[in-house]
Design a protein around this ligand. Sequence first.
Ligand code: ATR
Length: 277
Amino acid sequence: MQINGATRLFGILGHPVTHSLSPAMHNAALENMGINGVYVPMDVTDLEAGVAGLRALGFVGLSVTIPHKEDIMRHLDEIDPVARRIGAVNTLHFRQHPDSGERILRGFNTDWLGSNLALAEAMSLPDSRVLVLGAGGAAKGVCFGLVEAGARVFVSNRSHERGQALADWLGCEFVPSDAISEIKAHALVNTTSVGMEPDVNGIPVDPALLPRFSVVMDIVYAPLETRLLREARAAGCVVVDGLAMLLNQAAVQLKIWTGAKPPLLVMRQALVSALRG
Ligand code: ATR
């Protein structure tokens, strides 16, 4: 791609961002879409100065990652109502006010849509029953999406208090870890970090329970085939790997920024190559 005076600027704000797979995925997409644009990683700690800089430099769209998804909300002109309900923003878009010409910065959340789109590749969500493991930031987006899609959600988490708080927020059921075997659900989604490198032998649920689920999704993507997914596949489940949510939430971001349909296959290939280093 030729960078020139018309190149549009995109990027990711996080701390740290060195290992982010998003630049590889988004740059592959921009190139394939024929968009004269570049997506760069930006390690930012001072969000106020960071946002002022992006505004002054004419950036178009940004991803926001750990640890800024909540704090960024204080620095925006507008927040999408769904992102406000979730309490986290992972996508920024600058647009020009049609009258004043002023640049307006709006925040969105695409994580919950990414999770829904990933799971919907394997099953129908309305009226399904889904057991979600974990109650952190990622679980919030996953559970919110499932409830929006009309699924019945069960939340299980190591710390009872955090799990109960998430379940209460969405009006779903909390399931203590020792009662998971009593839950009948179509799908299991792992949002905890269990099984992530370097502890690749970790598994967030008793493998003996896996044959009960038709679909198992893991949001851990390093390794791409976690022990959970390996055991689930062996148990006959349809598996959805950790790149699916990352990919689909990014596709929604690109749609917001460009209005065009993103090339999912190209983006997935870029993610897999970036993961392999
Ligand atoms: P994220 O924003 O990526 O979801 P997080 O907010 O730190 O990260 O949440 C991590 C989740 O993984 C939590 O649900 C955490 O459980 P606790 O709330 O009990 O801390 C879960 N988790 C992390 N390590 C775990 C482990 N070894 N066993 C079980 N759950 C674990």
